[in-house]
Design a protein around this ligand. Structure first.
Ligand SMILES: N[C@@H](CCC[C@H](N)C(=O)O)C(=O)O
Length: 306
């Protein structure tokens, strides 16, 4: 019997955002029951299509917009997926489910509430800017000034490290590393004896980002101003090590800005194994704290499940 359950006979689409890859399943009648087992079977890299997550494309309840029903590769739910949002909107646009001309904005539904996404067409393909909304600090505001609120033991690295927890609004723990060697040597395994250990242990799990701040450069997107640059690796909750994580890049930019002190830039170029994205942080007094994520999205294939 096929492990793909309700998806047998369906044609689904694959795509990625900076190589964080997804299977997109259109469900315009909101009729598909996708159990965690079916999601895990589709995302299996050896016996399925293979992906970091699955996105069901479904109408939002009671409002005229599309809803991103995101699941991790192990079948679990998550509050948000930053790369997934861009790929989701690119899918809606490419398949004609929405009309989104260059420069236009669309609102989509997510488990964390509505998100506005704006497209900019470039010679290298479209870039999508997602208003990722408000972030928060489970460890309280003091964590931001102190720069950490959790201790993490990461195999491959000598000794415990300080980490900063940031919700975007899914949970992230960001650990600063001193050089490329440490970043490359860290072992990022989800489970087993070589999984990272946290003190305190995160109640609902966490995504773990290892961040290497690399200084600043002139901002090509502005006539004046600088862009912080940071390299990262990520261990995703419910997935394993991935080549990018959009919410993770936001958490890393926020942590790097906190560690950089009052003069640190608000805009960041975040380099991940699968490419790079831009993160713009807005938190001027009196304004909503929010973070904007800009990056590419690509569709790669249509596949029919047997
Ligand atoms: N890849 C995503 C994050 C997906 C959810 C995450 N694994 C979690 O469980 O919180 C992104 O691009 O943000």
């Amino acid at each position: 019997m096929s492990p793909f359950g309700a998806l047998v006979g369906r044609t689904v689409t694959t795509g990625h955002g900076t190589q964080n890859d997804f299977v997109l399943v259109a469900d315009p009648q909101d009729e598909l029951e996708l159990t965690p087992d079916v999601v895990a079977a589709v995302c299996d890299r050896h016996a399925g299509i293979g992906a970091d997550g699955l996105i069901r494309v479904v109408p939002d309840e009671g409002v005229e917009r599309w809803f991103m029903d995101y699941r991790n590769a192990d079948g679990s739910d998550a509050e948000m997926c930053g790369n997934g949002v861009r790929v989701f909107v690119h899918y809606l646009r490419t398949t004609g489910l929405i009309d989104l001309p260059d420069g236009a904005t669309v609102e989509i539904g997510t488990r964390s509430g509505p998100r506005a996404v704006t497209v900019t067409d470039t010679d290298a393909g479209p870039l999508y800017t997602v208003d990722m909304g408000e972030w928060s600090l489970p460890g309280g505001e003091r964590a931001l000034t102190e720069g950490f609120d959790v201790i993490v033991e990461i195999p491959g690295l000598d000794g415990p490290r300080a980490g900063l927890r940031i919700d975007v609004p899914n949970p992230h723990t960001v650990v600063a590393l001193p050089d490329d060697a440490a970043l490359d040597e860290a072992v990022l395994e989800l489970a087993g004896p070589r999984a990272p250990r946290y003190q305190p242990a995160p109640e609902s799990g966490t995504n773990l980002e290892l961040a290497l701040p690399l200084g600043e450069q002139a901002d090509p997107g502005a006539s004046s101003g600088t862009l912080g640059v940071v390299r990262m690796r990520v261990l995703e909750r419910g997935v394993g090590e991935t080549r990018s994580c959009g919410t993770g890049t936001c958490a890393v930019a926020l942590a790097a800005r906190a560690w950089g002190g009052s003069e640190a830039p608000d805009s960041w170029r975040v380099i991940v194994p699968g490419g790079e994205v831009r993160v713009d942080i807005e938190d001027k007094p009196g304004l909503l704290r929010r973070v904007l994520l800009t990056g590419p999205a690509v569709l790669t294939a249509d596949v029919t499940l047997r």
